[in-house]
Each structure stands twice: as structure tokens, then as C-alpha cells.
Design a protein around this ligand. Structure first.
Ligand code: UDP
Length: 345
């Protein structure tokens, strides 16, 4: 059990049914913690935590973190705030919901952290750097974000959440840990997630055109989920030296068109690569400077892109196959029912 968790109390994971959240819940349970997961299932699925529901130390509360009442909620042993849609496709669908999840949700959880006198982890993002003029991005860079664009609901919400953490830590002595999370991928990303890795894998496995937005020269740096969870847990456990936000990500930078080619190669796909318009405010490049994470946490990612992609492809393949099986048996049931209906007097 972690030294950073107040004894005999559960660890709260908001957004615990989401991609990162569900991996984190698993990791905490494995470490012997009792976990309360809250999620409103706006972009996550109960199916992704089905295997945890039977666990004796796991509880699910279906609720919206922006409506959590910090005065009524039970005292907890530690808080991980992982709640907020992270895919541009999803977070732009309900921009007010996205913004309030970050602002009200983080405020509610910080109140709860204060009342419980425990540490809170805040999942921040590389998006707070926006369209960066410093490359690679280090934690001293203040960012370059358009407040009036389609990504602002996420970027500005997360920026404000960092400010809330700053205020609660300086005014009310709440212990906070802020990770600026760069692009992360791995098993259990939803098939309709909309982010590049899972989009390309689904397209490649179906031999459909791979949709590269823009000319594909924009870059991202992809971190495998297990490496990310390891950093998050280390950060929460680190006793003294995490004073400000820390970049967590894999510094290996890839142009998006290269990613497309690699996924075609790894899947043995017959897909062609096609260009589609670049979404507004899409950052042209992104790569974390992780010197601080190396120094303070003794952490660096260990999973090479090819290895992580192979594991993710395997997972997506399995779920696509299961989906096809489910659809086939539903069609068979419907067929049988219509035959029975036709026979009925
Ligand atoms: N992208 C793409 N094709 C897709 C999905 C995304 O070319 O089907 C590009 C997108 O324009 C961006 C990069 O891939 O430049 C990463 O996009 P993603 O949505 O995964 O996350 P972001 O880093 O933009 O938040």
C-alpha cells in the first residue's frame, strides 16, 4: 500500500472507467488499495471496468464529478482526478460539459482533498502548451493557446484546473501533484475514440483508407499506457520534490504520416493513405522534454512505439472480432424470431 494514502480510506479515482482511469484503478487494486471509481460514462463504457466490478475492493459510483458535493462525500485516502474526455472529437461535442468537468470537477475534488487532508493527483495535459513556440516543450514554457477556438474548452479548462491546484496548494496547503500528460495510447482505447492511433489501427485492420489530416508532417510523441501509469503512481508517491507540474510522455517524436505507414506495415494491411483537411488549431508539433521526470521520479518510458503498437493492434483486433461475433449472433436471433413470427398463426 502506498505511503501517500491515508490509512483505512479508499482512493478516489474520478474518470475511473476511462482509458487511463481504468488502467490506474487496476494498478491501485493490484497494489492493495481500496478504490472508489466515479464516472458519468460520457465517453467511457461500463464494459471497460466490468472485470473490476466483482472485485471486493472496488466500488463504482455513477456520477458527474462537476456535481460532486465535497461536503457530503465520504472522506477519502487520496484522489486521482482523471475525469475529462481527452479526444478532440469527444471533447468538442459538448464544449461546456468539457470545460465544467475540468473547472467545477477539479474544484470539487480539491475541496474534498482539503476536507479529507489528503493528496490529489491532477491529470493535466500537453494541450496546455497549445501551438507551441518552444520545442521540445519543457515545464517553464507557458504555452500558446487560442481561447476562441474549438480546442479551447479542453485546453483552457485544463489550464484553469492547474490554476485551481495552485490556489488550493498555496492558500489551503492541499498537497497536489500535476502531470502534463502527452499523447498516450494502448489497449482499451475505445474503437470510436477518434484519436489517431486507434483510428489508424481500425482503418488498417479493415483495409480502409488511412485518413491523415493535413499533409501528415505534424508530429506527436506517443507514450504507452503502462509507462504512463507507472509515472503517475510514482509521482503520487514521491514525498517532497514534486513542486510544480511535470511533463509525462515519450520524447520519441513521429510525423503522423510515418505513424500511418508504421501501422500499415505492422498490420499487414492493404490500406492506402489519404489526406483529409487539417482540423482548426491542430498543433503542428509536440514533444515533451522529460528531464524533470527523469530527475525527480527516476522515470522514463520503456516501451518502444513498435512494441506498444503491436500490443494495441492485438487488443483492437480482438475487440473487432468480438463485435463481429456479437452482431452475427444478434442477426441470427433476429432471423430465428422472424421465422417463428412467420410460422405463428
Ligand atoms: N489525426 C489524423 N487522422 C486521424 C486522427 C488524427 O491525421 O484519423 C491527426 C490529428 O490531426 C493530429 C494528430 O493526428 O495532428 C493527433 O491527433 P489526436 O486526435 O490523436 O490527438 P491530439 O494530439 O491532436 O490531441
Amino acid at each position: 500500500m502506498s505511503a501517500s494514502v491515508a490509512p483505512h480510506r479508499p482512493v478516489l479515482v474520478s474518470g475511473g472507467a476511462g482509458f487511463l482511469g481504468s488502467h490506474l484503478c487496476e494498478r491501485l487494486l493490484h497494489a492493495g488499495e481500496t478504490v472508489v471509481c466515479i464516472d458519468n460514462f460520457s465517453t467511457s463504457s461500463r464494459a471497460d471496468i466490468e472485470h473490476l466490478l466483482a472485485h471486493p475492493r472496488f466500488t463504482l459510483r455513477e456520477m458527474d464529478v462537476s456535481e460532486l458535493d465535497a461536503l457530503r462525500f465520504e472522506r477519502v485516502g487520496a484522489i486521482y482526478n482523471m475525469a475529462c474526455p481527452a479526444s478532440p472529437l469527444h471533447y468538442q461535442r459538448n464544449p461546456l460539459g468539457t470545460l465544467f468537468t475540468s473547472i467545477r470537477g477539479t474544484d470539487n475534488l480539491l475541496r474534498l482533498a482539503r476536507r479529507s487532508a489528503v493528496r490529489m493527483f491532477q491529470a493535466s495535459t500537453s494541450e496546455i502548451y497549445g501551438h507551441p513556440s518552444v520545442h521540445p516543450q519543457n515545464e517553464h514554457y507557458w504555452g500558446h493557446v487560442n481561447t476562441m477556438g474549438p480546442r479551447a474548452c479542453y485546453d483552457e479548462g485544463k489550464r484553469c484546473a492547474e490554476t485551481l491546484c495552485y490556489i488550493y496548494s498555496t492558500r489551503f496547503a492541499v498537497s497536489v501533484r500535476i502531470a502534463r500528460i502527452f499523447n498516450t495510447y494502448g489497449p482499451r482505447m475505445r474503437l470510436n475514440d477518434g484519436r489517431v492511433v486507434v483510428n489508424f489501427i481500425c482503418q488498417a485492420l479493415r483495409n480502409r483508407p488511412i485518413t491523415v489530416y493535413g499533409d501528415g508532417r505534424q508530429t506527436r510523441s506517443f507514450c504507452y499506457v503502462d509507462d504512463m501509469i507507472e509515472a503517475i503512481v510514482r509521482m503520487m508517491d514521491e514525498r517532497n520534490r514534486c513542486h510544480g507540474p511535470i511533463n509525462i510522455g515519450n520524447p520519441a517524436e513521429v510525423p503522423i504520416v510515418e505513424l500511418a505507414r508504421l501501422i500499415v506495415q505492422l498490420t499487414g494491411s492493404r490500406s492506402s493513405i489519404v489526406c483529409r483537411p487539417l482540423p482548426k488549431d491542430d498543433p503542428p508539433r509536440r514533444r515533451p522534454d522529460i528531464s524533470l521526470a527523469r530527475e525527480v521520479l527516476g522515470w522514463q518510458p520503456g516501451t518502444a512505439l513498435q512494441t506498444g503498437l503491436a500490443l494495441t493492434i492485438h487488443d483492437v483486433e480482438r475487440r473487432l472480432r468480438a463485435g463481429r461475433r456479437r452482431r452475427r449472433s444478434a442477426a441470427a436471433v433476429a432471423r430465428d424470431a422472424s421465422v417463428e413470427g412467420a410460422r405463428a398463426p
